[in-house]
Design a protein. Structure first.
Length: 428
């Protein structure tokens, strides 16, 4: 296929799909498809509420629906993607309340693509899944809906997303991309497609399952490492030793891994280990280290709240009806993404002790936070709080004179270790 004949459909225009669609649109004709009509409307105006793509960059690639040249057109109308020959699926893969994988968005997206699938088309999945999900779970959906045969009439690929929300340095084109295909020939085609826009280069995996496994262990490894330093922080707290000072000292060795304690949420690190664990248990293996790390990290919100309460009690501050300010509710710093935010665990635990908790977050969308968590964000910081707890390390918080907002003997608790140690009462 000539490069000029390539027409790409990106299914799902969120934190992963939009940056990818924008990048491909610099070289190819791209149709961005999303079922959210409001999202489509804002994107066609050059507005990205996720803040992953700035307005000027987005507007530079937008074209109208009748354009025959390279560029990006966004739509929620299925018929607009029927002429595409590459379909890239970038929908979320969350877990339920029992931490079991939810593949529904993936199946729905596969059904959508299946209705327009044609002879010779290639469907590439980017969503994080367990090894085998693409060929064993998604492809049968494509076959059933389209009536076509896999690896005869249509083909598949897998190229795991490596987007880091809020990171303006490691953007999609600057992160090396793992690629794979359902046949060796398709693997080369998929690899060449990504190689044409990814300046950091690509790595062609020998199979789709290898590519799937490589992605799911990336975040599982990070999760386990953070769980280790979270456990260290619990130990050192009991020993009266400052964890961050210990990590700083240990970090002087060239091969020490620089992980820090904290809350581990989001749509990747807080979720992906459960996908690998689910598959492992299906084949008869109980993953002890992976699940142990997950349990420890999942419990950090309650632990952090408990540590704040201990410091308050040591200062003889009242617990019921005390006023507490929580700084940050997104899942990470300098990013509006609230999906699977563990900051909410801290909030819920403090509320269970009948504290009055205000939440201030200049990055979060107030309507989204209220709809998702039932929390009304405060627009400005009040005074006379009994405690302030910094949960998310937004840059804006570094410029605040937080102690002026505390009562006498009020507690300043720094979960992220970004404030001057001399002004805080405690940190994780």
């Amino acid at each position: 296929m000539e490069l000029k004949d390539i027409k790409i459909a990106v299914i799902g225009l969120g934190y992963v799909g939009l940056p990818l669609a924008r990048l491909f649109a610099t070289k190819y004709s791209v149709i961005g498809y999303d079922i959210n009509a409001d999202r489509i409307s804002e994107l066609m105006l050059g507005i990205d509420s996720t803040l992953e793509v700035d307005g000027e960059t987005l507007k530079s690639v937008l074209v109208n629906e009748n354009s025959k040249s390279k560029g990006l057109f966004c739509t929620n109308k299925l018929e607009k993607i029927k002429d595409c020959n590459y379909f890239i699926i970038t929908v979320p893969t969350p877990v339920d309340k029992n931490n079991r994988p939810i593949l529904t968005p993936l199946f729905k997206a596969s059904e959508t693509v299946g209705t327009v699938l044609k002879e010779g088309d290639i469907v590439i999945y980017e969503s994080t899944v367990y090894p085998g999900a693409t060929e064993e779970d998604c492809v049968p959906v494509l076959e059933k809906v389209s009536g076509l045969s896999f690896n005869k009439n249509f083909y598949a690929g897998y190229s795991p997303e490596r987007i880091n929300p809020g990171d303006k340095e490691h953007t999609v084109e600057k992160i090396l991309k793992v690629t794979s295909g359902s046949t060796p020939e398709i693997g080369i085609k998929v690899d060449n497609l990504y190689k044409s826009v990814i300046t950091a280069g690509t790595h062609l995996a020998p199979s789709i399952k290898v590519a799937e496994a490589s992605k799911v262990i990336e975040n599982s490894q990070r999760d386990i490492n953070i769980a280790f330093v979270n456990e260290l922080s619990k130990i050192f707290n009991k020993l009266g030793i400052d964890t961050h000072s210990v990590l700083e000292a240990a970090g002087t060795k060239w091969n020490f891994l620089p992980f820090k304690p904290g809350l581990v949420g989001g749509h990747c690190i807080g979720v992906d280990p459960y996908y690998l664990s689910q598959k492992a248990q299906e084949v008869g293996y109980h993953p002890e280290i992976i699940l142990s790390g997950r349990r420890l990290n999942d419990g950090m919100g309650v632990y952090v709240a408990g540590e704040l309460l201990k410091v308050m009690m040591k200062k003889l501050l009242p617990i019921p009806n005390s006023n507490v300010l929580m700084l940050g509710c997104t899942f990470k710093e300098n990013c509006p993404d609230i999906r699977n935010s563990k900051a909410i665990d801290v909030y819920d635990e403090l509320k269970s002790y009948h504290l009055n908790v205000d939440v201030f977050d200049p990055w979060a969308n107030s309507k989204e936070v209220e709809n998702e968590f039932g929390i009304k964000l405060v627009r400005e910081i009040n005074y006379d709080y009994h405690a302030i707890i910094l949960v998310v390390a937004h840059d804006e918080f570094l410029n605040l004179n937080l102690r002026t907002h505390l009562v006498k003997d009020g507690v300043l608790f720094d979960v992220k270790g970004i404030l001057d140690n001399e002004i805080v009462d405690s940190r994780l």
